[in-house]
Design a protein around this ligand. Structure first.
Ligand code: C2E
Ligand code: MG
Ligand code: MG
Ligand code: MG
Length: 289
């Protein structure tokens, strides 16, 4: 058996792969997911956006929501984005999912308009959407139409730092075009990628989202605090806002506020809420600008 294994390894990845039962199982479940995503897109009813509030740390005023996608599968129940977005990115299906998310967020802003809600809704973009820039810009134009009389700046687009920096020159051009159309932009998961400071100032973003990993380490001591202080300083120098993600307790909120972070998002304030609950949150928490 040892000899066979050694021979199989020497045969290279092409040969060992085809007969690896674990690999086959993974491929089967990928195929299942791809078909199920197609069916979900066709049904038009299985994807949902949930809305996680973000608040001004100083007074906890509701400033807006991040739209987070969930998939309510008829047999499997609620599926979280981490369990299907990677497959959808590999297959390219993420572009259709992302288009749906943009149009749904625009429709939601429109539905909330009569409640007097003038905050933001932030939608996550995939790196695949960013690469397929012509398609993305067409989707962005369709989103403008879907917004109706809701001002474009109420819709924010989130792009992760590592996505934007994968091809910074091209990202800068696409993001500039989106900003010209009037969308706001956030750099998501900031601090986890390799930022080129030479490019950061060419991205027309409004908000830096400090990654949750720094928030987690805040209480442990000075190091994470200094990193957050540096990010806030950088953002201030560029005239941008900072938002901390994954705020779970009051101690973190107080530290973040001391460090100059203006906006917080996390379970301390609320989890991602289904549409009806987000609507209740808007009604019950009249919020000031
Ligand atoms: P993200 O954009 O960084 O979103 C934040 C994630 O952190 C969300 O997970 C949110 O539920 C979670 N979170 C928020 N507050 C807390 C907290 O206090 N503690 C902890 N432990 N977690 C918190 P979720 O909803 O599972 O989404 C995961 C990722 O999936 C998102 O990360 C985003 O990258 C991606 N995603 C979600 N919706 C979409 C979408 O419509 N399109 C694309 N392309 N990606 C999406
Ligand atoms: Mg995000
Ligand atoms: Mg994030
Ligand atoms: Mg994150």
């Amino acid at each position: 058996a040892e000899g066979a294994l050694a021979r199989a390894k020497a045969g290279g990845p092409g040969q060992t792969h085809e007969f690896d039962p674990a690999e086959q199982l993974v491929e089967q479940s990928r195929r299942w997911l791809r078909d199920a995503i197609d069916a979900a897109l066709a049904s038009g009813t299985q994807f949902e956006l949930h809305y996680q509030p973000f608040v001004r740390l100083a007074d906890r005023a509701l400033l807006g929501f991040e739209a987070l996608i969930r998939w309510r599968h008829p047999e499997r129940g609620l599926i979280m984005p981490g369990d299907f977005i990677p497959v959808a990115e590999a297959s390219g299906q993420i572009c259709a999912i992302g288009r749906w998310a943009l149009l749904e967020a625009a429709a939601q802003l429109r539905r909330w308009q009569p409640l007097g809600f003038t905050g933001e809704v932030a939608v996550n973009l995939s790196g695949v959407q960013l690469e397929r820039d012509i398609e993305l810009l067409a989707d962005a134009r369709a989103t403008l139409a879907a917004l109706g009389d809701v001002p474009t700046h109420r819709l924010k687009l989130e792009v992760t730092e590592s996505m934007a920096m994968a091809n910074p020159q091209r990202s800068a051009e696409v993001l500039q075009e989106l900003a010209r159309m009037g969308f706001k932009l956030s750099i998501d998961d900031f601090g986890t990628g390799y930022s080129s400071l030479a490019y950061l100032h060419r991205f027309p973003f409004d908000t830096l989202k400090v990654d949750r990993s720094f928030v987690i380490r805040l209480a442990a001591g000075r190091e994470a605090q200094e990193i957050v202080r540096t990010i806030v300083g950088l953002a201030l120098a560029l005239g941008k806002q900072t938002l901390a993600e994954g705020v779970e307790d009051e101690k973190q909120a107080a530290l973040l506020e001391q460090l100059g972070v203006q906006v917080g998002q996390g379970w301390l304030f609320a989890k991602a809420l289904p549409q009806a609950q987000a609507t209740e949150a808007i009604k019950s928490a009249p919020w000031r600008r």
